[in-house]
Design a protein around this ligand. Sequence first.
Ligand code: FAD
Ligand code: A2P
Length: 265
Amino acid sequence: VSGNLRLTGTDASQDIRHIVLDFGNTAFPVLEGQSIGIIPPGADAGGKPHAMRLYSVASPRNGERPGYNNVALTVKRVTEDHEGKPALGICSNYVCDLQKGDQVQVCGPYGTNFLMPNHPGSSIMMICTGTGSAPMRAMTERRRRRMGLNEGGELMLFFGARAPAELPYFGPLNKLPKDLIDINFAFSRVPGQPKQYVQDKLRERHEEVFRLLTVADTYIYICGLKGMERGVDEAFRDICRMHGQDWDKLLPTLKQQSRYHVETY
Ligand code: FAD
Ligand code: A2P
């Protein structure tokens, strides 16, 4: 472990961390969009070793620090179950408590479906909530590092979080060049403001979203909460209808061409 930094504000309800793992002399090549497995130490109630948990790689292929053999992760400390009842997540608490210099058991990398397009001119539409931002950060940083090559293509990001202080990478995202990426935040729990989800922002930006959806070189990535998949699908259907297109015809084409990718958990 070469770094563990809290990403969410001190007043935030969630503890999300930027963890950097250094592989030293061991080759461990990863691509943006892949995940790695972490095996927490110890055993479960039945005495069996804990199962590994997957975490998306949040850094580009040439390392969190370019040229270094390291990988960043974005990990949320799980303190409640999906119904909101208190539950201490075994692996996420272990990872969030790691200290610089600790050793971690890692396996992988995993994933062949969520990979970013590699060719010049390709555009990427990224839609995420919470730690679903990890692969989007990796892809954006890959593109940022290659900006000088003028390869073309657009980046458009829709990012949902409870509030700005709960949004991982809020500060760094706001500092990205405006001509690199078109960023749209959706906040659901800001006092005095209406609740917004990523699908509401997609509808607000329907002109641009429709243009990108129907450009042959756009690749779409959706990552985060399980529930978002349906809402995003409905938003795309509405946007297509507004512009006289049939989403049920467009979606299979996008999938067939490997241009529509969903990873929810
Ligand atoms: P457990 O001990 O396994 O579960 C404790 C309780 O928490 C259970 O009741 C369970 O229902 C509930 N729970 C499980 N997961 C969540 C969750 N995500 N939110 C709220 N409650 C939950 N997590 C990240 O933080 N960052 C990532 O980048 C990331 N990438 C993933 C990529 C993939 C492809 C997949 C499948 C999962 C990813 N996860 C990510 C989730 C991660 O693998 C673990 O499931 C999560 O950290 C919880 O593990 P745990 O051992 O702490 O909880
Ligand atoms: P909410 O305030 O309703 O929970 P989390 O912080 O739990 O990881 O969630 C990240 C963001 O995703 C929050 O703003 C959360 O809103 C929002 N969210 C919850 N359910 C959905 C959904 N079905 N579709 C899109 N966004 C969602």
